[in-house]
Ligand binder design. Structure first.
Ligand SMILES: Nc1ncnc2c1ncn2[C@@H]1O[C@H](COP(=O)(O)OP(=O)(O)O)[C@@H](O)[C@H]1O
Ligand SMILES: [Mg+2]
Length: 416
């Protein structure tokens, strides 16, 4: 009970060790921490995974053999983890730092908000878990397992713990990232987004607070709370427009398109690219109309040439366009090279059909011109707010790292 937090209303795991008969099938949580799988849940214990033998010919060759699926086991208990500190309470759940009691590994546990759920396990939670599992990649946060608390309303996703999120980091840094660093971060982001898209997943909430970064210069895309499969038939009423945090929302969504695709994520990537350069969000609007005004100002108003579909979108009929103006990219991003401007404009392109894809962006000349991407190992390490670390002196990336960056410009660069 020593580290209980009576002031906060939390689950039993958060309040710590208070015994309650578990509602979930199987023995009490503490015992389950030691014995997995539970010995007395024979009914729920699946048959052993099928041996790795060729499928009989009756099986469609288009359906993967069942050996590709993980064996279905009961979820472990959250009591397998020792709670350390709360990292953040977000829109969909609370995130804790915790320690795996068996291995000592430090992990992050995201408690999914199910408390008010009346209609069974919420689709948002299923989508989040599903998408995370489907998108395993070096630059996507690693999901380890899903654990349950005392009742079925307590479900936690266990992830690798990552020291920072890019939003907090950008706020703390006194100077923006270097171009060489931005290139490395963008390559990692594009490679993760390309991977999700090739696995038929739209993230739909890409923004700096959903990009985690460890102390080894590696980005991990997180928060698949709004992710969904694309390519499936779209239901009556279309896809929801209540996606993507306003500042990162693509113009087709703002204008009421009911079908949209991977290009919405690419618009968000463009906003993130700009934010890495400016060290603050690109479009800090209070509402849709203000945001559209800001977009029109930076890009110049859309024309039937730049975006043929524009006039067919529902909201387009209700707004009057400003008079045609040239774009303002050069004024806004004075120190960016022409290649950098070209990549940014390719991401922030009105017509979703013409907006650059993640695969194409990875091949953009911006990434092969000087300064070349910095090797992730050469990124400075920063105090982690999520781990409760405080900075001791004014925050500044270490001098050796800066020197190494300069050296990199003049030497042969290893692949990131
Ligand atoms: N694996 C993790 N390691 C460290 N911090 C994390 C991790 N996952 C999330 N966080 C922190 O918690 C915050 C909220 O998590 P997120 O998954 O984005 O939830 P929400 O859906 O509530 O926005 C993130 O912005 C980040 O600061
Ligand atoms: Mg989030």
């Amino acid at each position: 009970m020593s580290d209980s937090t009576p002031s906060r209303k939390r689950s039993k795991w958060d309040e710590n060790e208070e015994e309650q008969p578990p509602v979930v099938a199987g023995p009490p949580p503490k015992r389950r921490a030691k014995h997995k799988p539970p010995p007395d849940s024979a009914e729920s214990t699946p048959p052993p995974p099928p041996p790795n033998v060729p499928r009989p010919s009756t099986h469609s060759r288009y359906v993967p053999p069942r050996t590709h699926h993980p064996p279905i086991l009961p979820s472990r208990s959250v009591y397998c983890y020792e709670r350390l500190n709360q990292i953040e309470e977000g829109s969909y759940g609370v995130v804790f730092r915790a320690r795996d009691k068996q291995t000592g590994d430090i992990v992050a546990l995201k408690k999914l908000k199910l408390d008010e759920e009346k209609n069974g396990f919420p689709i948002t939670a299923l989508r989040e878990i599903n998408a995370l599992m489907a998108c395993r990649h070096e630059n996507v946060v690693g999901v380890r397992e899903v654990v349950v608390g005392d009742t079925l309303t307590q479900v936690f996703v266990v992830m690798d713990f990552i020291e920072h999120d890019l939003k907090s980091l950008l706020t703390l840094m006194p100077t923006p990232f270097l171009q060489s660093e931005i290139k490395t971060l963008m390559l990692q982001l594009l490679s993760a987004v390309g991977h999700c898209h090739s696995n038929w997943i739209l993230h739909r909430d890409l923004k700096t607070s959903n990009l985690l970064m460890n102390n080894r210069g590696t980005i991990k895309v997180a928060d698949f709370g709004l992710a969904r499969r694309y390519g499936d038939p779209v239901g009556v009423g279309g896809m929801t427009q209540l996606v993507v945090t306003l500042w990162y929302r693509a113009p087709e969504i703002l204008l009421g398109a009911t079908t949209y695709s991977t290009a919405v994520d690419m618009w968000s990537v463009g906003c993130i690219f700009a934010e890495l350069i400016l060290k603050e969000p690109l479009f800090q609007a209070k509402g849709d109309i203000e945001l559209l005004g800001m977009i029109f100002k930076l890009l110049g108003a859309p024309t039937s040439n730049s975006w043929p579909e524009y006039s067919t979108l529902p909201v387009a009929k209700t707004i009057s366009l400003p008079s045609p103006q040239p774009h303002q990219f050069r004024q806004k991003f004075q120190y960016l090279t022409s290649a950098g401007i070209d990549l940014l404009m390719s991401l922030l392109t009105y017509d979703p059909e013409r907006r650059i894809t993640a695969e194409e962006a990875l091949q953009h000349p911006y990434f092969i011109e000087s300064p070349l991407p910095k090797h992730p190992d050469l990124f400075g390490s920063f105090p982690s707010a999520a781990a409760g670390e405080k900075r001791r002196k004014p925050f500044s990336p270490s001098a050796p790292a800066r020197a190494a960056d300069y050296k990199l410009l003049t030497e042969e660069i290893p692949d990131p």
